[in-house]
Ligand binder design. Structure first.
Ligand SMILES: *Cc1c(COP(=O)(O)O)cnc(C)c1O
Length: 235
């Protein structure tokens, strides 16, 4: 399927309007919500189109794809690593990603800290929580999140900024509201522990199918791919 010219621009406008509407409904300031354009599998020309329409935050789920696209696009783009990250690939992106959303083990956080130290950068990360306890998803279970946060807090070059969750795929986004509430509550619980070097200001949750509900429930980052770039073609 070919995309029409200008459709990315129009889609972005639509998504931004929807975020504003969800904010209004929840009594929130739209300035609190960052829209991440999830550009995985999309060609650089599509990212350029989104860039020209004002996007500066892009999300990718593969290290190789960030490495390929990074030098081809303007340097004021903020790259978000949102996919499962293998420890042996951390070194390639630790100085390229502004935020790694998908940290779910101490071993991974340790490697991020070590590589950040080597490159003399500080790495901002989120702890990925498997909120619906789905077998197929990465992420730590809710019960273990606080302990993981406490352990990661001791690492020198890694700074936890909040939580990330991937909600189940559902037909009706309302079905995910309970999960968004749970993750928001978890972030409040962790925040109340007042752990040094742990910040809970970011809640990365909500995708094309459910980002409006996520915003109503407190998301500060939504990750929207299909809703901006159209369907992905995995070949
Ligand atoms: C692909 C992906 C998204 C975007 O999904 P859409 O349904 O296309 O909006 C969001 N988050 C993560 C972690 C993803 O891998």
């Amino acid at each position: 399927m070919r995309k029409e010219n200008g459709s990315i621009n129009a889609n972005l406008t639509q998504v931004r309007e929807n975020i504003c509407r969800a904010c209004k409904k929840a009594g929130r300031d739209p300035g609190e919500v960052t829209l991440i354009a999830v550009s995985k599998t999309m060609p650089v020309t599509d990212l350029k189109e989104a860039y020209d329409a004002g996007s500066r935050e892009f999300g990718e789920n593969k290290v190789q794809e960030i490495m390929d696209k990074y030098p081809q696009l303007p340097s004021d783009i903020r790259w978000h690593m949102i996919g499962h990250l293998q420890r042996n690939k951390v070194k390639y992106i630790v100085d390229k990603a502004c935020l790694i959303h998908s940290v779910d083990s101490l071993r991974l956080a340790e490697e991020i800290s070590a590589q950040a130290g080597k490159k003399q950068v500080e790495a901002d990360i989120l702890i990925e929580v498997n909120i619906a306890q789905e077998e197929s998803k990465y992420g730590i279970c809710r019960e273990d999140a606080i302990q993981l946060a406490e352990e990661i807090a001791k690492l020198p070059h890694v700074h936890v900024q909040g939580l990330m969750a991937i909600a189940p795929f559902v037909e009706n986004p309302e079905d995910n509201r309970k999960y968004f509430r749970q993750i928001r509550q978890l972030s409040v619980d962790i925040s109340e522990k007042k752990i040094d070097n742990i910040n809970m200001s970011v809640l990365s949750m909500g995708m094309t199918g459910d980002y409006m509900v996520a915003v109503e429930e407190g998301a500060t980052m939504v990750r929207v791919g299909t809703g901006i770039f159209g369907n992905r073609n995995y070949r």
